[in-house]
Design a protein around this ligand. Structure first.
Ligand SMILES: Cc1cc2nc3c(=O)[nH]c(=O)nc-3n(C[C@H](O)[C@H](O)[C@H](O)COP(=O)(O)OP(=O)(O)OC[C@H]3O[C@@H](n4cnc5c(N)ncnc54)[C@H](O)[C@@H]3O)c2cc1C
Length: 612
């Protein structure tokens, strides 16, 4: 019988609805800067405080288990664009949200991504000139303490992890630049400029040199928890925001989450916020709270019987994620991969945990993802991608030379449920699109039931330009991986089903020479690749942009001070506010948004001086 251990006060100054990445950073920073400010963090999931699953990096895969208590799985409606499948999106559901369960890949956006937010979407104060220094302030970049755009004294440590570089990644970094002659090896693939594009780079991680995860709560929120004015309430699911007659947010209603406290009283509780309500429930959660509160498109609210307070058609109307294709290959059985970790091999775990206990190094202090490239096509390669991508290239990429089309990584292992597969070594090419053109939506399906699955359309691959770009990415990754020393052939069922006599069938079970001819694909082969992409593509866990910061007339939900249009004292601070997706894994952008939100809120509440 589990009972909430935290007494939630009736009245505070500021309420955070959702206690994930952004909320941990903002609430922790506010509490540090203004200890007298009464802050309440209501998080639907459980606590993560000092739990090994949220500290030891290699445990990240455990959160994806179907029995996970720290992630929730949002299931899309089936779509022909993905072969009639339902796409399943895992999202963090615990204090720290995504930051406490993610894969810790350290990648940063391009400067033009944030400049587009500022200029194209009319958001002064959100360009790269503001956000890059905030990101520097948040991090300690142990990889190179003299790197220009990185930080040296922030709470979140970044390193290569404690396990060195795995051989498969090293081969990717060796072979890649030799095969891709105009794409050299570089020391930094994350300096925000076009110098980080079309270069192979060793991938840093959100892991400290002490072998621990750089999550948001252990580095911002929990250090403040001795302050009695900061109340962190896990297992507390916000149903809706409360408003007075002037449409000023006065507080929220919440229930104790039935998964965290299964036997506890399910009656909704209300809390008053005298200064501000902040929605930080993530790209999946925030639009649902807005709609249950009566803020959204008239037709959506009417369909579920919610009384509309404000007509905001932009709520939940745009959903983006970097569609991700993982193509597995067999790898040299003598090399070290992450497969035993993914399979839960007892001997590997016992040895790894002992080493971690001893000196915080070894496989448990890593995530197995050590090398990558962000690729932007040359003119000749654009011709290879073909006409389906031409309009998208012209309108979105052509004039912004720091924008890659996709990201490729050689993963030392197969990051998937390997039930039914031989317990051998694998390596995988992971390809995700930097800026998919396709877009989906997420809306509530019930006015009051917070557990009702949302009406979610992933939108994946609804634009053919995305399929064309991924097709090229698949071909590129295949050419590099088949030249790597560890290559032992394709895991055939998880690749396109080419005709038996096609030249595209990979017959080799050992690496081909560097100068081997490229595979030639027929129109039928391309069609087989497209079918494959539609049948296999999945999430990259980067849900984004469902309550965008744009002018109202463009479908915006918040203004550049993060205020929800049409109401007072209600802000949003999480990755739902991104007006366009950025080309990198999104933890970094969540940190940028949270850091800027903190500055904005601190200024409005007259908190001085803000955190240094
Ligand atoms: C499995 C996975 C792997 C990832 N891997 C990487 C990676 O390697 N590198 C990288 O850069 N990024 C990665 N990401 C993405 C990154 O972690 C997220 O984009 C980022 O953490 C989002 O931050 P946020 O504050 O917007 O939302 P979140 O951190 O998701 O926080 C939202 C919180 O709100 C809570 N919530 C939702 N609804 C309610 C409600 N009604 N009431 C109360 N609480 C609610 C949720 O439980 C959650 O804790 C990954 C994400 C996942 C899920």
């Amino acid at each position: 019988f589990l009972t909430p251990q935290v007494t939630v006060p009736d009245r505070v100054d500021v309420i955070f609805s959702g206690g994930g990445t952004a909320a941990s950073i903002i609430a922790g920073s506010l509490s540090a800067a203004a200890p007298n400010l009464k802050i309440l963090v209501l998080e639907g999931g459980p606590t993560t405080l000092e739990k090994f699953e949220h500290i030891q990096p290699a445990r990240y895969f455990s959160h994806l288990s179907p029995y996970s208590t720290t992630e929730q799985f949002v299931v899309s409606n089936p779509s022909d664009a993905v072969g009639g499948r339902n796409i399943v999106i895992p999202v963090g559901k615990c204090i720290g949200g995504g930051s406490s369960v993610n894969f810790m890949l350290y990648n940063r956006a391009s400067a033009s991504d944030y400049d587009d937010w500022e200029v194209e979407y009319s958001n002064p104060g959100w360009g790269s000139k503001v956000l890059i220094p905030l990101l520097q302030k948040a991090e300690t970049y142990e990889v190179n303490t003299k790197a220009a755009t990185h930080g040296t004294s922030g709470p979140l440590h970044v390193s290569y992890g404690g396990n060195g570089i795995l051989e498969i990644a090293q081969q990717f970094l060796d072979v890649g630049p030799k095969y891709e002659k105009n794409r050299p090896l570089a020391a930094d693939g994350n300096d925000f400029t076009n110098k980080s594009i079309n270069v192979f780079y060793r991938m840093p991680k959100w892991i400290s040199g002490q072998g621990t995860r750089s999550d948001a709560p252990h580095h911002y929120l929990y250090p403040q928890q001795t302050n009695k004015n900061l109340v962190i309430s896990p297992g507390s699911r916000v149903t809706r925001v409360l408003f007075d007659k002037t449409l000023t947010a006065t507080g929220v209603e919440f229930v104790y989450d039935k998964h965290v406290f299964p036997d506890y009283d399910p009656t909704p509780k209300q809390v008053t916020a005298t200064k501000l309500v902040v929605l930080s429930a993530g790209a999946m959660g925030t639009p649902q709270i807005l709609e249950r509160s009566g803020i959204g498109a008239a037709s959506i609210l009417k369909s579920v019987g919610v009384k509309q307070l404000v007509n905001l058609p932009g709520v939940g109307a745009t959903y983006k994620d970097h569609v991700f294709l993982v193509s597995p290959y067999l790898a040299d059985p003598a090399t070290t991969t992450f497969d035993p970790i993914f399979r839960g091999d007892p001997a590997t775990w016992t040895q790894g945990l002992a080493q971690w206990d001893h000196n915080r190094t070894g496989i448990v202090a890593s995530n197995g993802v050590d090398a990558a490239i962000k690729m932007r096509p040359t003119t000749a390669e654009l011709a290879e991608i073909g006409p389906e991508f031409a309009a998208r290239w012209k309108s979105f990429y052509a004039n912004k030379t720091d924008k890659p089309v996709f990201w490729i990584s050689a993963l030392a292992g197969l990051p998937a449920d390997q039930t039914g597969l031989p317990a051998t070594n694998y390596m995988s090419a992971g390809v995700f699109l930097g800026y998919p053109e396709s877009s989906g939506s997420i809306h509530i399906s019930s006015a009051t039931d917070v557990y009702a699955p949302p009406n979610y359309n992933s939108g994946f691959l609804t634009a053919q330009s995305d399929v064309a770009a991924l097709r090229w990415g698949y071909k590129k990754s295949r050419e590099i991986l088949r030249r790597m020393g560890a290559f032992r052939g394709a895991l055939v069922p998880a690749h396109p089903q080419f005709a038996v006599n096609s030249a595209a069938v990979l017959k080799e079970t050992a690496p081909v020479p560097l100068n081997a001819p490229n595979i030639v694909y027929s129109a039928a082969d391309d069609a087989a690749i497209d079918t494959y992409i539609r049948s296999f593509v999945g999430t990259s866990w980067h849900s984004f942009g469902t309550a965008p910061m744009k002018p109202l007339a463009q479908g915006g939900v918040v203004d550049s001070s993060l205020n929800v249009y049409g109401v007072k004292k209600l802000k949003i601070a999480d990755v739902s506010i991104g007006p366009e997706i950025v080309n990198a894994n999104t933890y970094s952008t969540a940190i940028a948004i949270a850091s800027n939100a903190f500055e904005i809120i601190a200024k409005e509440l007259n908190i001085k001086p803000p955190r240094q």
